[in-house]
Design a protein around this ligand. Structure first.
Ligand code: PLP
Length: 391
């Protein structure tokens, strides 16, 4: 132990109890593995919640951040820098061109920027989806459907209508010529990896076109290679696109992209940020993009994701397998997801349970074949432990 007083006690004494007690004190990571303060090793299938795309301590990320910090660390948005310009250009290219970027420090801030941008249409109504998650600040929370997150903080801004996710007709019925924006995730992450029917995003595009509403895809979780493609919405062009989690591989960053005329909605004085777009975060983002390209990680995500879904789904205590690439959701035959996560941790695997019945896997894109083999080998035993423990 690093201190005679345990981490749980120190945490309780010095940090607000917003997340519940921490499960471990982690001290080190390499690739898809992390180590706790007692020297125990874990395969990290959570990756900081779909963030550590390059895993832990990737040399390309360490080098990029170190070199940039040694050169120019922060300058304010009265100035621009090479890394900021380069990352904006790279994101515009990934998004298919014709867009411009506003950088932030997190996913919720990227969504705040998009929400404010939508108000500049002169309209205020927003249509969002049941089960959708867009962040915890007041604006993003207003678009998030979960009652437990919202209710203690009402009144929240905006006139927001929630429609069932994946139902194109319900969406079309809710959107009118008073609607500023339609916001949805191409795959719902926090809901437990919920994939909409084929054609849903294209139908949303048509609805937005018919009413003049902005189509806003929140790809904070699905974007930047997570699904085996740069963007999960590839093929359907939104008016607004938000990114964050995996974008700089663990360095805090977010981005709000707007396409075509929507890119002119925010004008000088309308919005701002002190840290957003700082050169260190942008250098980290560039290192992530280059490494994904150099190491062929989009294809790796596709291949490894298929192996994991097939292997883990083969156990009949898994009733449904969803997702794309390395964004994977598993439904269990009973409400034992907390027991599964605990049993996995005892066996050296960090998993996540977004709902009582659902397990989510969002490992680093640099996950090794051996990391997949290890989980597939341990999986039946993890389920045995969990179901016994729960019985
Ligand atoms: C995590 C997440 C957010 C919020 O991002 P933060 O960086 O935690 O503010 C927003 N939208 C989606 C889809 C997310 O998964």
């Amino acid at each position: 132990m690093s201190s005679p007083v345990g981490f749980a006690e120190r945490y309780a004494g010095s940090l607000m109890n917003t997340f519940g007690p921490p499960k471990l004190e982690l001290v080190r990571g390499e690739g898809a593995r992390v180590w706790d303060a007692d020297g125990n090793e874990y395969v990290d299938y959570l990756a900081g919640i779909a963030v550590n795309a390059l895993g832990h301590a990737h040399p390309a990320l360490v080098e990029a951040v170190t070199a940039q910090l040694q050169t120019l660390g922060h300058v304010s948005n009265f100035f621009t820098t090479g890394p900021q310009l380069e990352l904006a250009e790279a994101l515009v290219e990934i998004a298919g061109g014709g867009a411009r970027v506003f950088f932030t420090n997190s996913g919720t801030e990227a969504n705040e920027a998009a929400f404010k941008l939508s108000r500049r249409t002169g309209r205020t109504h927003v249509v969002a989806t049941e089960g959708g998650f867009h962040g915890r600040t007041m604006g993003a929370l207003a678009l998030t459907s979960k009652e437990a997150y919202r209710t203690p903080f009402e009144p929240l801004p905006g006139e927001v209508t929630f429609v069932p996710y994946g139902d194109a007709d319900a969406l079309a019925a809710a959107v009118t010529d008073r609607t500023a924006a339609v916001v949805l995730e191409p795959i719902q992450g926090e809901a437990g990896v919920v994939v909409p029917p084929a054609g849903y995003l294209a139908a949303a595009r048509r609805t937005a076109d018919e009413t003049g509403a902005l189509l806003w895809f929140d790809e904070v979780q699905t974007g930047m290679g997570r699904t085996g493609r740069w963007l999960a919405s590839e093929g359907v062009r939104p008016d607004v696109l938000t990114l964050a989690k995996g974008l700089a591989g663990g360095f805090p960053i977010g981005a709000c992209l707007a396409f075509g005329a929507a890119a002119d909605l925010l004008q000088p004085g309308n919005h701002g940020t002190t840290f957003g777009g700082n050169p260190v975060a942008c250098a980290a983002g560039l290192a992530v993009i280059r490494t994904i390209e150099q190491e062929g990680l989009l294809d790796r995500a596709t291949v490894l994701g298929r192996r994991l879904r097939d292997g883990l789904g083969a156990d009949d205590r898994v009733t449904e397998v969803r997702g794309e690439g390395l964004l994977i959701g598993l439904d269990l035959s009973s409400e034992v997801s907390a027991e599964v996560v605990a049993a996995a941790l005892r066996r050296g695997f960090i998993l996540n349970n977004p709902t009582p019945r659902r397990i989510r896997l969002v490992p680093p894109l640099v996950l090794a074949d051996a990391d997949v083999d290890a989980l597939l080998a341990a999986w039946p035993g993890i389920l045995d432990d969990a179901m016994e423990g729960a019985a």
